[in-house]
Design a binder for this molecule. Structure first.
Ligand code: ZN
Length: 167
């Protein structure tokens, strides 16, 4: 039996994807070895995660402010919106430095097997964003069954709008 404090931290680590009991215990032993500074940083990160991170009101991306830096950046091409599944996809696209349009983060995909319906993900706000200036919507969902289903749903939904929809 480990001390209660230890067990409690193990339980927290086990909630992370792919972390079993052995790994969680290894992480906990590791944390014990950390410097006070590292522990402070970890505590600060955890305690701010709920209050310091929002979903951007416009695009759904993770943001420190109500509207994210990409949406407020006037130098970006606002006529193009790239639809992605998660904030991770935005980061990956930004790293390539080849895209300077805007994003729309669905925060999920339609999945009949998991019971995730179009209204469960960030779709309705996408339609509100289509203005006269909008020329192109790029659907960049992942090439999985769910990603394809979502892309097909979106392209049908966008048909009545006068925008180019590309995959
Ligand atoms: Zn945004």
């Amino acid at each position: 039996m480990y001390p209660k404090v230890f067990e409690s931290l193990v339980e927290s680590f086990r909630k992370l994807p792919g972390v079993g009991l052995k790994t969680a215990e290894r992480y906990t032993f590791q944390v014990i070895e950390w410097s006070d500074e590292n522990i402070e940083q970890f505590i600060e990160g955890l305690s701010n995660i709920k209050t310091g991170i929002h979903r951007c009101e416009v695009c759904g991306n993770l943001s420190e402010k109500e509207i994210c830096e990409i949406c407020t950046d006037q130098s970006r091409d606002s006529s193009t919106i790239c639809v992605v599944q998660s904030p991770k996809d935005v980061i990956a696209m930004e790293k390539t430095k080849e895209y300077d349009g805007l994003y729309h983060v669905l925060n999920g995909v339609i999945s009949t097997s998991k019971g995730i319906l179009p209204e469960d993900i960030n779709i309705s706000s996408l339609l509100n964003r289509i203005v006269e200036n909008t020329k192109e919507i790029i659907i960049a969902t992942n090439p999985t069954v769910e990603g394809e289903t979502t892309a097909l749903y979106l392209s049908r939904l966008l048909e009545p709008y006068h925008v180019n929809v590309t995959r």
